[in-house]
Design a protein around this ligand. Sequence first.
Ligand SMILES: C[S@@+](CC[C@H](N)C(=O)[O-])C[C@H]1O[C@@H](n2cnc3c(N)ncnc32)[C@H](O)[C@@H]1O
Length: 389
Amino acid sequence: MNYLLVLGREPKLSLVELEALFGSKNVKAFFAKQGSKDSNLAIVKTDKLDFSRLGGSIKAGQILTEPVQDYLSKLPEGKITLGVSDYSPRANKKATWALALKYKNLLKRHGRNVRLIPNNDGAALTSAASHHNQLGEKLNHIEILKYQNDIAISIGTQNITAYAKRDRERPARDAFVGMLPPKLAQILINIATGEFEKQNQTKPIVLDPFCGTGVVLQEAMLMGYSAYGTDLSEKMIKYSGRNLEWLTDRTSGLQKPDAPKFYLEEGDATKHSWQSAKVGCIASEIYLGHPLSAPPGSLKLKEFQQSTKELLLSFLKNISSQIESSATLCLATPAWLRPNGSYEGVNILDEIENLGYNKLQYKHATTQDLIYYREGQIVARQLLILRKQ
Ligand SMILES: C[S@@+](CC[C@H](N)C(=O)[O-])C[C@H]1O[C@@H](n2cnc3c(N)ncnc32)[C@H](O)[C@@H]1O
């Protein structure tokens, strides 16, 4: 089956997430225009697509192999809520609305009662509009996603309400450590576990050796993986414990006897011996340094780069003999804002081969593209993706 995906704010990261899960040859990228803004799309070939686990895509739809009229004429009984989003380069608001009216009339001729969702913001509905109208999420709440001659039926939109809830309502938070956005945590986990998913192997345990307040562990458990967190700080281990207990209490799927479990212990990632049976793949946001209110000057930058490099290399050296060959590590590392608006991270390429790792390459992105930041953010996150030789 083919799926059309609308990519999020960092399309290159989204594409790498898709490549990791479905294989580079099954992911094709397209660049379309939506109103005045570039919007980026992918077509993915796969037998199954669990949209809720994707952190980098905002909408997904299954591409129809039959004419859309045939599909619409077979919808189950009941009132229909319908939205149309056209992501083709030359799409516009007026033409999309005309298309939506055409589908509505077609359904009316079949005696169906239809509520159309207006595409007020352009040729495509915003993900907020699709989500609030439960398009693709509820029976007969349909969104038609169009790209050139491909027509897809939505299977879901990024659940902004659920993300915001688990981001804001977690009981133990720490302003100094900061919190990894759940979407980025999902991307890290998908990249780290992709090889297992592609081969349909038993689910590995996800290890986060810098677990902080436990966002990676939380997202891993929601994606069906048991999670193993270690951190230098006793306080962070307590915080992760409180957050994961809270998560388990409010998630019925995590209360079943065979549900994913979590394990926590204090440990310095540069020296720790992890329980070997619990180390599968590694998804982590390493220590990003002190929060900064202005871009560092050149000397400070060198200092930050040096201490991050030392931490990363000692950690990689320590864990190298404790993981299986071919285990994947996806690490969010700091990159600092420079006066020209670019970001500069740490470079450990010369050292990693000697430590027994290869850097993974992707078709749709280079290392420099794998940066996640918000406008003006001083310390961004750069993904480092390694495989044990
Ligand atoms: C950026 S935070 C991780 C935040 C986490 N992703 C979250 O969402 O809460 C980095 C964590 O690394 C921990 N840390 C720093 N140095 C460490 C070391 N050598 N070994 C293990 N943990 C360390 C800090 O205590 C901190 O909790």
